[in-house]
Design a protein around this ligand. Structure first.
Ligand SMILES: Nc1ncnc2c1ncn2[C@@H]1O[C@H](COP(=O)(O)OP(=O)(O)OP(=O)(O)O)[C@@H](O)[C@H]1O
Length: 258
């Protein structure tokens, strides 16, 4: 299974130090939640793993190969990316949009194969967008669009899936459905990295949580260890009710720290 090693990663965006020395080892077959307040560096970390931002110091290794030296085509086949809050500009129908997920596998000017179509159909079924297959993607609701974009990422069938806020705009039923889907992908061997703001869903579904704060890892480990009153107060500045349901932590923010 795939293994990603992040070593001493420091990244500045303009003059702003967005990541200040991140070390982590991420293994296939796990669902890893990246949480933290706005501006903590979650998307920057996701983009750094994809080689979309250049480290000032440190490196990302994908199966021991330095990501910055890997050809873009190799990274596109290895890591599927669901970017944060993507807007669509082209009035493609949903099936064609999902088919774009197969581009990293296609030779120039070639047509999609039976295997490509099977991957597209599977992604459409998994994300519950079959009824939208022939709709124009730019005419979908926010939540429908989010599921279609997840389908495009799943169609890549990459060993790594990075989903940046995959639950944004989703209703509670579809939030659970997406988390179950990410979990199932991880159980099938994929390394799934999900940037999340819903702490209860992160705790319920993730194998491990990385809590980022001001560009550093404030905590890394089992969800029930990471989501404690001290971390919530220090990192998020909130007092929270912490409980248990179905054997998993439940976190309800109650008030901001006085
Ligand atoms: N292009 C840029 N130039 C300068 N600073 C940037 C740039 N992009 C992001 N930043 C800063 O880097 C920091 C980390 O941003 P990042 O988008 O990684 O945060 P995040 O944890 O994903 O936040 P959110 O939860 O709000 O999406 C923020 O302080 C942000 O303002």
């Amino acid at each position: 299974m795939v293994k990603i090693a992040i070593e001493g990663l420091r990244i500045s965006l303009g003059k702003h130090p967005a990541l200040r020395g991140i070390d982590a080892s991420l293994d296939g077959g796990t669902l890893i939640g990246i949480i933290g307040p706005n501006g903590a560096g979650k998307s920057t970390l996701a983009r750094a793993i994809l080689g979309l931002v250049k480290p000032e110091q440190g490196r990302v290794l994908i199966d021991e190969a330095d990501a910055s030296a890997l050809p873009r085509a190799t990274i596109a086949r290895t890591i599927a990316h669901l970017p944060q809050g993507q807007t669509l500009h082209w009035p493609l129908d949903v099936e064609r949009l999902v088919a774009l997920g197969r581009l990293p596998h296609l030779a120039p000017f070639s047509h999609i194969s039976g295997a490509d179509q099977a991957a597209i159909d599977k992604a459409i079924a998994l994300t519950d967008v079959e009824a939208l297959r022939h709709r124009t993607a730019t005419e979908l609701s926010g939540g429908e669009r989010a599921r279609v974009l997840l389908a495009r990422a799943l169609a890549v069938e990459a060993p790594v899936l990075i989903a940046d806020e995959p639950l944004a705009s989703l209703d509670p039923g579809h939030q659970l459905e997406v988390m179950e889907l990410l979990r199932a992908q991880a159980m099938g061997g994929t390394l799934v990295i999900a940037v999340l703001h819903d702490l209860t869903l992160a705790a319920r579904f993730c194998d491990r949580i990385l809590l980022l704060n001001k560009g550093e890892i404030a905590a890394d480990g089992d969800p029930s260890d990471v989501l404690n009153a001290g971390n919530l107060a220090t990192v998020y500045g909130v007092r929270a009710w912490l409980g248990q349901a179905d054997g998993a932590p439940v976190v309800i923010p109650l008030s901001r720290n006085p």
